[in-house]
Ligand binder design. Structure first.
Ligand SMILES: *Cc1c(COP(=O)(O)O)cnc(C)c1O
Length: 395
């Protein structure tokens, strides 16, 4: 049996005719830059995420870059973030000339640890006072603790840029007086940055991204910065870039967005089946640690996207050998991420490499993402678990 890590064909098949019709309409319109289809998608994604405004951009990376530029973050500034995420979270900070400050992630969720975040902010405020923003990442499709991070944001006056690239539609349960209010990724910080890279839960036919915000003035700066900082055309009070989203991608995304809730549910159903199969196989906790679903037991969780499982990541001993075994048996899998950001060579500054983030480093050593896309069959999941069981029985 063949179980690819991701196969987009079964998602495309039922939508293909509708997508071709919409793309053809854009082609025939000869309007290829921004325009009404991009505006329509911006409104849809903003509404979906619980934000007032959406700004379509060229990628998730450019969403982060434009957000940092729009906060005027640059040389001399520090940005607080996690060492365990895709490179773009840090790469964009470096590109604007600022420096990342890392805090370790929480065991289990692998999201930014609020207690360590509080320590870092306190130390900065008692010292150089250079932290200008924080970028929590909603890793694998589960929100970081936005209640505690949001409180710190208020207390220290440090805006939050949510890296929601893996988390469109993911919801976080705010608790107040015993009441739970679920809020969506991209609708909690100053802004949220989404990626429409094809492997995200909502993917386009290439690169694309979106920034959501409920701050009208900030939305205006973002819109200006995605178009060279021009306001009006040919007059530049700031230096932006070309970070525009194409209408061809916008129409595709608009069609797919209508199916997103169903795809999230399909991924969650697959995650539930994996949990049952791993339990039946007697593999849970020893040797396979299953992904943490932090908010699954909160009131109302079953009606909310407490996790959207962009990735289903297990933690295992002998990870690299298991990975080879899975690949040899036609099961796709991947390591997100094999090296923490503070260990990346591009940082050059040895002070980063001397730092230690034990939870993130452990995750880099033992994490393995399994196939989780919605169209997988129960037989395919059974085969994945059976193949893992065979590996550990043999060793
Ligand atoms: C995918 C991703 C990005 C970058 O998105 P692109 O659209 O590929 O530029 C940024 N951050 C995280 C956490 C991601 O997973």
């Amino acid at each position: 049996m063949n179980v690819p890590l991701l196969d987009l064909k079964p998602q495309l098949a039922p939508l293909r005719a509708q997508i071709l019709e919409a793309v053809t309409r854009v082609i025939d319109s000869t309007g290829y830059i921004l325009g009404p289809e991009v505006t329509k998608l911006e409104q849809k994604v903003a509404q979906y995420s619980g934000a007032a405004h959406g700004v379509g951009v060229s990628s998730g990376t450019d969403a982060l870059l434009a957000a940092l530029m729009s906060l005027d973050i640059g040389p001399g500034d520090l940005v607080l973030t996690t060492p365990y995420t895709f490179f773009a979270t840090m790469g964009t900070v470096l590109r604007v000339g600022a420096k990342p400050v890392f805090v370790d992630v929480e065991p289990g969720s692998l999201n930014m640890d609020p207690a360590l975040t509080a320590e870092a902010l306190k130390a900065d405020r008692q010292g150089e006072n250079r932290i200008k923003a924080m970028i929590p990442v909603h890793l694998y499709g589960q929100c970081a603790d936005m209640q505690r991070l949001g409180a710190l944001s208020q207390e220290y006056g440090v805006p939050i840029i949510e890296d929601a690239a893996q988390a469109i539609g993911a919801e976080f349960p705010y608790e107040e007086n015993g009441q739970i209010t679920w809020k969506r990724a991209g609708g909690m910080g100053l802004c949220g940055c989404f990626s429409f890279f094809p492997s995200k839960n909502l993917g386009c036919l290439g690169d694309g991204g979106m920034i959501t915000t409920s701050d009208e003035a900030f939305a205006a700066i973002l819109r200006s910065n995605r178009n060279h900082g021009a306001e009006p055309k040919y007059y530049h009070s700031r230096v932006g870039g070309n970070f525009r989203l194409d209408p061809i991608q916008a129409v595709v995304l608009s069609i797919k967005l209508d199916h997103l809730e169903q795809w999230h549910a399909g991924r969650r159903a697959n995650a539930a089946l994996y949990r049952r199969l791993f339990a039946d196989a007697g593999l849970v906790n020893d040797p396979v640690i299953l992904p943490t679903a932090l908010y699954a037991d909160k009131a109302g969780a079953s009606e909310h996207n407490h996790h959207i499982y962009n990735q289903f990541v297990i933690h295992v001993p002998k990870r690299d050998a298991l990975r080879q075994h899975l690949q040899a048996n036609s099961v796709g899998c991947e390591i997100y991420y094999p090296l923490c950001l503070h260990q990346q060579e591009c940082l050059r500054d040895d002070a980063y490499r001397a730092q230690s983030f034990p939870v993130a480093e452990q995750a880099a050593a033992d994490s393995l993402a399994l196939p989780i896309y919605p169209e997988l069959t129960p037989e395919q999941l059974e085969y994945v678990v059976k193949t893992i069981k065979a590996f550990y029985h043999a060793c």
